[in-house]
Each structure stands twice: as C-alpha cells, then as structure tokens.
Write a protein that binds this ligand. Structure first.
Ligand SMILES: Nc1ncnc2c1ncn2[C@@H]1O[C@H](COP(=O)(O)OP(=O)(O)OP(=O)(O)O)[C@@H](O)[C@H]1O
Ligand SMILES: [Mg+2]
Length: 305
C-alpha cells in the first residue's frame, strides 16, 4: 500500500527556510569564568534571562543556566565562580544554519538556549525557543501580508459591473439582548466585502466598527435594530438604526470610558465605554444622531480606494 506523504505545515516549512541569524538575539549578555554566582544571580534577575554564555578572553568557554545557579544556592555555594559551575562542553549552532537545526537540538537535549557562533568561532548571538516562535510569527505576518496584497489585486469590487450608479444593499436585523447571535451581522457583512474583493485593511476596519455598532444595538436598544450596508464602487456606508431609548448626551457618550451598561452586561465583558471610540478610529467618517426617547442613527463611511 502506498503510504501517503506527510503533511507539512507552513510553520514547518518556515523553520527550514529561516536562518538562525534571522531569529537569534544579537545583544548577548555574557559573564566570565570569574563572575561570582551571587553576581550571576543579579545579572539573570535584572535582565530577566535564564542563562548566559561564559566568555574567557573573548572565547566561548561554557554556558551557565538558572538551574546551575539554583543547585549552587541549594548547596550554599554563593561565593563560588561561574567557572566552577558552568557546563564546559557547550553545544553551539552556526549563525548561517537553518532554524530547524536548533529546533531539533532543543527537542533532543531539552536545551532552553544555545549560543550562536559564526564560522570564525566568535559568539554572535543566543537563540531560545521564544526567539524561534517570535521569528516564525514575524515571518508568517510578512508572508500573510504579501498574500493579502496579491489576493486583492486578483479581484476588485464591482470590477465587471457597469452602470450609471452601481450599488448593493445589505440589511441585517439585530435582536435585543441576543448575545448568542451577537456578531452575526458584522461577520456576514465582512464575508460579503471579502467576496466583493474589498481590501483586507478595509474589510477589517468595517468588520470591527460594524461589530461595535451591532453590540450597541444588542445591549442598548430596547427593541434591537437594523444594520444596513450600502456598498458602492467607491465607498461603503454602514448604518445602525434603532427606535430607542436614544442617547441623552451624544458628546458624553462619545467620551472614552463612558458607559451606561448595567453590571450584568459588564460581567459579560461589554460596557467598557470604548465601542464608539473604536468606531471613530476604524471608520473614515462617522455620524451619530440621537434623540432621547426617539432613537439612534449611526452612520459609518469606509472609502474603498
Ligand atoms: N444605540 C444606542 N442606543 C442607546 N444608547 C446608546 C446606543 N449606542 C450607544 N449608546 C450609549 O453610549 C454609551 C457609549 O457607547 P460605547 O459603545 O462607546 O460603550 P459601551 O457600549 O457602553 O461599552 P463597549 O462598547 O465598550 O462594550 C453607551 O453606554 C450607551 O449609554
Ligand atoms: Mg458599545
């Protein structure tokens, strides 16, 4: 029987592609063989690190970790030198090697950290598991961003539709206090915009702003309300409309941190009083009109180009 090939994830692929020097920490804190263990303790604490390479006349002669320190402290050996307690046979990696080399070494030996040397044998960095994870995330972010740009170029909103005035109207009903379906309208709108080929940046901003408007309808509007998105080739207008209770003082409601949400809503994680501010940040333009006792109309504009 033919064995199916192993599935390789994106991060596995990246681990092979990335070189150690791309993810290692270059500012290395080092100690010498004559550093006292008591001094080492302070160095580790102040720099929030769990070990350092040991240099002697600029040469890498060992590595000392927090475990070595703890062992020494337990034995009451505070005035001994690093040189007496360090591991001498240091496993190192080269800066031009693939990151997969260190991942394997971490897994095989249970190391938390490895000194990095160049081909001349000089210490040029240190690499930890955290460095690997951060490096991977950074690279994923870069490639994801490139892919988004590529994806966007492939299609464009209303590209093939010609008319004197093209528009698309999407309406979503939002029920009061319905937290289970909270976010449904905004995620459906997001998906629609993606399909229409809107820029990822705009889809994200419209998604967040609409989510905030939607939760305001759920939480604050007595009978819920409606989200209406009017999509045109050059811009999207999203309106959140309800029939009350309205806002007493719109200016005050816009202030960061202002909220009339009751305690039980706050316990659910809403009611920080940041929703309207988030909308202001995300939308290219916003307009909030409200009459106490009548209702509220919030309009948000997103420019598409
Ligand atoms: N549709 C609405 N009807 C009535 N009042 C509203 C409406 N939208 C907002 N408000 C009022 O404006 C205040 C501020 O709204 P905002 O969205 O900034 O904060 P929040 O909803 O209280 O908390 P958060 O959005 O951070 O969860 C609300 O507490 C509420 O008093
Ligand atoms: Mg809100």
């Amino acid at each position: 029987m033919k064995r199916s090939a192993l599935e390789i994830t994106k991060s596995q692929e990246l681990i092979y592609e990335l070189r150690i020097e791309q993810v290692m920490t270059k500012e290395v804190i080092t100690v010498t063989s004559s550093t006292l263990m008591s001094e080492l303790k302070e160095i580790l604490r102040l720099n929030r690190i769990s070990g350092t390479p040991v240099l002697q006349d600029g040469q890498l002669v060992g590595i000392i970790s927090i475990e070595d320190l703890i062992r020494a402290l337990e034995a009451g050996e505070i005035n001994v030198t690093v040189g007496e307690k360090m591991t001498r046979d240091v496993e190192t990696v080269f800066d031009d090697e693939s990151v997969v080399q260190v991942v394997t070494k971490f897994a095989q030996h249970g190391f938390g950290r490895l000194p990095v040397v160049n081909r001349e044998g000089q210490l040029v960095g240190v690499i930890t598991q955290g460095d690997v994870v951060r490096g991977l995330l950074r690279q994923l972010e870069v490639e994801y961003h490139e892919e988004e740009i590529h994806h966007y170029r492939a299609s464009h909103i209303f590209e093939d539709i010609e008319s004197d005035q093209t528009g698309l109207l999407l309406r979503y009903r939002v029920r009061p206090k319905d937290f289970v379906r909270g976010g449904e309208a905004s995620s459906k709108l997001k998906r629609a915009l993606e399909r229409l080929g809107a820029k990822p940046q705009i889809v994200r901003r419209a998604g967040i702003a609409t989510y905030e408007a939607e939760t305001n309808l759920i939480i604050h509007a007595t009978d819920g309300g409606e989200i209406i998105a009017e999509i045109r080739p050059e811009r999207i207008k999203v309106s959140a409309i309800d029939n009350g209770p309205g806002i007493e003082d719109v200016e005050r409601a816009m202030q960061p941190g202002f909220s009339t949400a009751p305690d039980w809503i706050r316990e659910m994680g809403f009611g920080a009083g940041m929703g309207l501010n988030n909308i202001e940040v995300c939308a290219d333009d916003m307009n909030l009109e409200s009459k106490a006792g009548k209702g509220t109309r919030l309009e948000m504009i997103f420019i598409l180009h």
